[in-house]
Design a protein. Structure first.
Length: 238
């Protein structure tokens, strides 16, 4: 009898031993679970918040090319009040020729402001470089100086009725990469800007089937390449 009791006692000891081993095993599993959960969840959060194909406009490495108020951007313009009242100053992001994202401004007619915001976003996503986009006040309202600096702009009041820039319904993009050249019969006129050479292989330069040209046309903006007297390749208007 004593022998049987000893056997039972030993079996209970073995069970107790197994029970302790099982507890250890469960504790180990719990530990692994917590380590996995706490170390992986922040990583998951980071990977979800990153969209590699979308350009982050809030990134603090964006280079600010200008930061005018509306009043500063129209200061000194000879435009009548009725024209000034049609204008809107928009912030635009673009890849510049240095390969970095910049933010500039376009002073334009509020009727095409939404179109231009979309088109700048399109140019950013396809990495079409814009040298700079600064309201022409920076060049003292001098269109030639602005073109020479390869500056992209919309509104510039001129005392003429033919230019759509006079009320912000046109935009010139990278004028130095896309110079005006005159058609037959008008070649006595000076191509502009001075010294600019058209090279369709250079990024930021337009040609007939260029995706940016097609996108502008899609939004109802006419391309100056099709003007009757000259190829105004940097010019779009509505
Ligand atoms: Zn123009």
């Amino acid at each position: 009898m004593a022998k049987i009791n000893r056997i039972y006692f030993n079996l209970i000891l073995i069970d107790f031993y197994n029970f302790r081993q099982m507890n250890k095993f469960l504790s180990f599993l719990s530990l692994i679970f917590f380590i996995t959960f706490f170390s992986c969840s922040p990583d998951k959060k980071n990977s979800n918040s990153t969209e590699p194909t979308k350009i982050d406009k809030t990134n603090n490495t964006v280079i600010v090319d200008c930061h005018y108020t509306f009043e500063e951007a129209i200061a000194g313009s000879k435009a009548p009040k009725a024209v000034i009242q049609q204008l809107q100053l928009i912030n635009v992001h673009y890849y510049s020729t240095d390969g970095k994202v910049h933010v500039g401004q376009i002073l334009t007619n509020r009727e095409i402001a939404e179109d231009l915001l979309h088109l700048f976003d399109f140019m950013l996503q396809v990495r079409f470089p814009i040298a700079k986009a600064i309201p022409i006040i920076k060049y003292n309202w001098n269109d030639n100086l602005s073109m020479q600096a390869n500056n992209t702009y919309s509104f510039c009041y001129r005392n003429t009725s033919y230019s759509k820039h006079a009320y912000g319904m046109a935009i010139d993009i990278n004028p130095y990469f896309n110079p005006i050249h005159w058609k037959n019969g008008f070649q006595y006129r000076q191509d502009k800007p001075l010294g600019a050479v058209y090279n369709p292989k250079r990024p930021g330069t337009f040609y007939q089937s260029h995706p940016v040209v097609l996108e502008f046309k899609k939004y109802g903006l006419r391309w100056g390449h099709n003007f009757s007297r000259n190829y105004d390749d940097h010019h779009f208007e509505k």
